[in-house]
Design a protein around this ligand. Structure first.
Ligand SMILES: Nc1ncnc2c1ncn2[C@@H]1O[C@H](COP(=O)(O)OP(=O)(O)OP(=O)(O)O)[C@@H](O)[C@H]1O
Length: 376
């Protein structure tokens, strides 16, 4: 079993994941759903030892502590990743790509039988062993990527958005293939945007929002859940003529899943003015009730001038007090441009945007005449 417990990942000051816990048993398919930037890929990268950020928490595969291992040792321990964008070698043939997947020591002894297993899983690949992968369709390249990961003989296969860029038909075929991978007793953990098709073959699922795992359930329950339907299955969108009653999110469900937006302090108009707006309006109006205006009169004509002037002075004074009392909004001061005068007075330093990169991997290929290697 793969067990990720209380995983927190920081990219500099930014927390991409906070105390996220996910489990995958052998022989089950688990889907991770979430909005863009929620932290889904970060979770997979953390499990595979290729995360560029600082990772805290426990990551165990059948009792082995993966957190202490390098990426290649993690593959040796039985965890394989099909990264987003597939990561195939487009200039190499299908069989070369697959063979490269068997570099893990756990896979070398059984390379031949594992290759047979991959070809029986993906018969199309066995018909194309000599085809240059860059010339294959997106769906076929995805099969190569999954086949290559399977060549490491994993107990858990993780995939980052495997259906990305595939037509609905090819996606369906892909998910059927993943169901066959599960039937071999391999655990599958995948991040997917295609919630409908992935949940259809999955056993369980997790929802990640704003760096937190906010919900987990069986795939069946997730598919039936109105909140999941509205957020991930497109139910209620204009292209699905679903009755409105079916897509309404019950309050309790929203409370269960949603991370509440950070509360922003707001002040009522009454608080800002220092006195109830109703009182001020009533004070002004009370002077007028004795005399109803004729249709030709303007409002100021039926309110005694002295009361009107006094009320306006009072409103202005309250407004000045409110302006003096109001504190700067920290969010506003952090993200919005200062007033023009301040900008000219004190030039602000340029913001620092931290981006963390994994070390670059360079690939060399033996030249056909055997005279040396060329860099790809
Ligand atoms: N190498 C990095 N350096 C700095 N910040 C990063 C890095 N990788 C990811 N992040 C940030 O971490 C957050 C989570 O990113 P992640 O890629 O895990 O999201 P995701 O849920 O997989 O999104 P998507 O569905 O768009 O791929 C984002 O805010 C992202 O900008």
């Amino acid at each position: 079993m793969l067990e990720l417990s209380n995983i927190t990942v920081r990219y500099g000051q930014h927390r991409a994941l906070e105390n996220a816990s996910v489990k995958v048993e052998k022989g089950e398919i688990v889907v991770i759903l979430g909005a863009n930037g929620a932290g889904k890929s970060t979770l997979l990268k953390a499990a595979s030892g290729i995360c560029e950020g600082a990772v805290d928490g426990y990551i165990r595969l059948d009792g082995t502590n993966l957190a202490a291992l390098s990426a290649n040792k993690i593959v040796d321990a039985g965890l394989a990743l099909v990264p987003e964008g597939r990561g195939v070698f487009p200039d190499l043939t299908v069989s070369e790509n697959l063979t490269l997947g068997a570099y893990a020591s756990r896979a070398r002894d059984d390379e031949k039988s594992t290759l047979d297993r991959v070809y029986s899983l993906f018969p199309k690949l066995s018909e194309r062993t000599k085809q240059i992968v860059g010339t294959m369709s997106g769906g076929e390249q995805q099969m190569v990527a999954i086949g290559r990961a399977m060549m490491s003989n994993p107990t858990i296969l993780t995939l980052d958005e495997p259906s990305l860029g595939l037509s609905p038909l090819l996606s369906k075929e892909l998910f059927q293939n993943l169901a066959r991978v599960r039937d071999l007793g391999i655990g599958v953990l995948m991040v997917e945007q295609n919630a409908k098709q992935s949940l259809a073959i999955a056993d369980r699922g997790y929802l990640i929002e704003n760096a937190h795992v906010v919900h987990e359930d069986t795939a069946e329950n997730l598919m039936r859940d109105p909140a999941v339907q509205a957020a991930y299955l497109g139910v209620g969108s204009s292209d699905e003529a679903t009755p409105e009653s079916e897509v309404e999110m019950p309050e309790t469900v929203v409370q269960t899943f949603a991370i509440k937006p950070r509360s922003q302090k707001t002040q009522s108009a009454n608080a800002i003015l220092g006195r109830s707006v109703d009182d001020l309006v009533a004070a002004a109006a009370s002077q007028s009730v004795q005399r109803r205006p004729s249709p030709t009169q303007t409002p100021s004509a039926f309110i005694p001038q002295d009361r009107l002037a006094a009320t306006l002075v009072e409103i202005e004074r309250s407004a000045v007090n409110a302006r003096n009392r109001s504190k700067p909004n920290p969010l506003q001061s952090q993200y919005s441009a200062p007033p023009a005068a301040d900008r000219e007075a004190e030039p602000k330093p340029r913001p620092i945007i931290e981006v963390y990169r994994a070390p670059r991997v360079e690939v060399y290929r033996r030249q056909p005449d055997g005279s040396g290697f060329e860099r790809k």
